[in-house]
Write a protein that binds this ligand. Structure first.
Ligand code: NAD
Length: 490
């Protein structure tokens, strides 16, 4: 019997999106070594893809080196035109791309459609930002001299990308690299190679020259080791777990690459007793359950002021009860499967640990026809700071509510994490909002909003949540070197 994902994939307009060849030096490479791609909702095999080798990585690096001078030599307006063409093709094929994303990643189709638009928007935004890499002129401290700071492309870049946003996490890196004038080699997550390969097809059609955007699929260690070793890779951008981020940072030390890391989060979500409860529930639903909870911005610790704790839990659980769990290709679905079984198992372990330590649990009964990758949205209340969920990233639809008494106390608890990616504060008190905007230790803070990402904002974290920024002019500078030039004797 053919499952729902395979049926949808067979009906794609772009059947070449599932051909499974890697894209190196402008050529489609079909290896005899193959890896399977599965639908995480059913475990069904839906495609297979080439397994690239370390030798393929070397070919890709050589091709990128060859392509670099001509690509950096193009006028930024010309690069921008090619990038806008790429974004436009993503939009033209958004339905096929969304089906690919849902089939291999599992997220609901409406969220996959949103991701395609989000992903295309990064390419489009960087197309313009590349035209504005102005540099500076410094008022001179020396007579008869002119001091300039130029921004120049750093060289060949590499990207190691995750499975939770298989399109947007590539375009957020590649849009910036290409706009800066750098070729990029992408190694996507093995769970979601089809989306990455489809992006390569569209880049080729948009006129991105051979060697400028390449996608290699295969074993993460086999492919990343030669990228790390090679002195020609000047920048490395990674999104994924803090554990792997540390390995890649260490591996880049030998060749002193410029490294940017988007790692795990453990976002505190503070709800004070002066807020409109409906707005807070709406915010927390968005911050917890987008991408079925598999989002580094996800609210991991929902701190609720004691006076409204019980009313909040009641309203929150009523909203959660409306979430429909199922296959992402079913239009009614709000929560799909976890992309990896290990992520679902981690959620279950956190629930068991919290309940053993005294948390109250509210969850719907699991539909037994759903496989092991599904986690039913679960609310844990009366969570305490010693529970696993209070300090380990969840990455799934399990919501932990922790009561608090005072502002001072909750700020200390919110900042006690080694992570510092996103944070949220809901309050109607302007002075408090201003105070907390200074005091919460994170790279991105939403005050009375749970929706704040997009191409113009600097996305990134403090502490062990990462290094550098993506999106915004800061994201472009990750792929550029500064050069100070002093003209003397004028
Ligand atoms: P991961 O860090 O293992 O995978 C991310 C990327 O790194 C993938 O491309 C993977 O193939 C690659 N990778 C894995 N091991 C590698 C290695 N030794 N050398 C080089 N590359 C390697 O993430 P995961 O295990 O799939 O997910 C585990 C946790 O990571 C999640 O529960 C979540 O906490 C976090 N995560 C965060 C994000 C994010 O958006 N920041 C995305 C995915 C996962």
């Amino acid at each position: 019997m053919v499952g729902i994902a395979a049926t949808h994939l067979r009906a794609l307009r772009r059947r070449d999106f599932i051909a499974g060849a890697a894209f190196i030096d402008g050529r489609w490479i079909a290896s005899s070594q193959r890896d399977v791609v599965v639908d995480p909702a059913t475990g069904e095999e839906i495609a297979d893809v080439a397994r690239c080798s370390a030798a393929d990585v070397t070919l890709a690096i050589e091709a990128a080196e060859r392509a670099f001078p001509a690509w950096r030599g193009l006028l930024p307006t010309r690069r921008g035109a090619i990038l806008r063409g790429w974004a436009s093709l993503m939009r033209d094929h958004s339905e096929d791309l969304a089906i690919l994303v849902t089939s291999e990643q599992g997220k609901p189709l409406a969220e996959a459609r949103y991701e395609i638009e989000y992903g295309a928007a990064f390419v489009e935004w960087f197309a313009a930002e590349g035209e504005r890499a102005y540099g500076e002129t410094i008022p001179s401290h020396k007579v008869d001299s002119l001091l300039q700071v130029r921004m120049q492309p750093i060289g060949v870049a590499a990207a190691v990308t995750p499975w939770n946003f298989p399109i947007a996490m590539i375009t957020r890196k590649a849009g910036a690299a290409l706009a800066a004038g750098c070729p990029i080699i992408v190694k996507p997550a093995p769970e979601t190679p089809l989306s990455a390969l489809a992006l390569a097809r569209l880049a080729e059609e948009a006129g991105v020259p051979a060697g400028v955007f390449q996608t290699l699929v295969g074993d993460p260690i086999d492919l990343s080791a030669p990228l790390l070793r090679d002195t020609r890779i000047r920048a490395l951008s990674f999104t994924g777990s803090t554990q792997v981020g540390r390995l890649l940072l260490g591996g880049s030390a030998q060749t002193v690459k410029k490294v940017s890391l988007e790692l795990g989060g453990h976002a505190p979500f503070l709800i004070f007793d002066d807020v409109d409860l409906d707005k807070a529930v709406k915010g927390v639903m968005a911050a917890k359950f987008a991408t079925s909870g598999q989002d580094c911005l996800a609210a991991n610790r929902i701190y609720v002021q004691r006076g409204i704790h019980d009313t909040f839990v009641e309203a929150f659980s009523a909203a959660m009860a409306k979430l429909k769990v199922g296959h992402g290709l079913n239009p009614a679905t709000d929560i799909g499967p976890m992309t990896k079984l290990s992520v679902a198992d981690k959620c279950r372990a956190q629930i068991v640990d919290a309940v053993e330590r005294g948390a109250r649990v509210i969850t719907a009964k699991k539909d037994e026809s759903l496989g092991a990758n599904f986690v039913i949205p679960t609310l844990l209340s009366q969570v305490t700071d010693d529970m696993l969920i209070a300090h380990e990233e969840t990455f799934g639809p399990v919501a932990a509510v922790l009561p608090f008494d005072s502002e001072e106390e909750v700020v200390t608890r919110a900042n006690s994490s080694e992570m510092g990616l996103a944070g949220y504060v809901y309050t109607d008190n302007l002075r408090r909002a201003l105070r907390l905007s200074e005091r919460i230790e994170c790279g991105m803070l939403g005050i009375n909003t749970a929706s704040f990402t997009g191409p113009p904002i600097p996305f990134g974290g403090w502490k062990q949540s990462g290094l550098g920024r993506e999106g915004s002019r800061h994201g472009l500078s990750e792929y550029m070197e500064l050069k100070y030039v002093c003209f003397g004797d004028l």
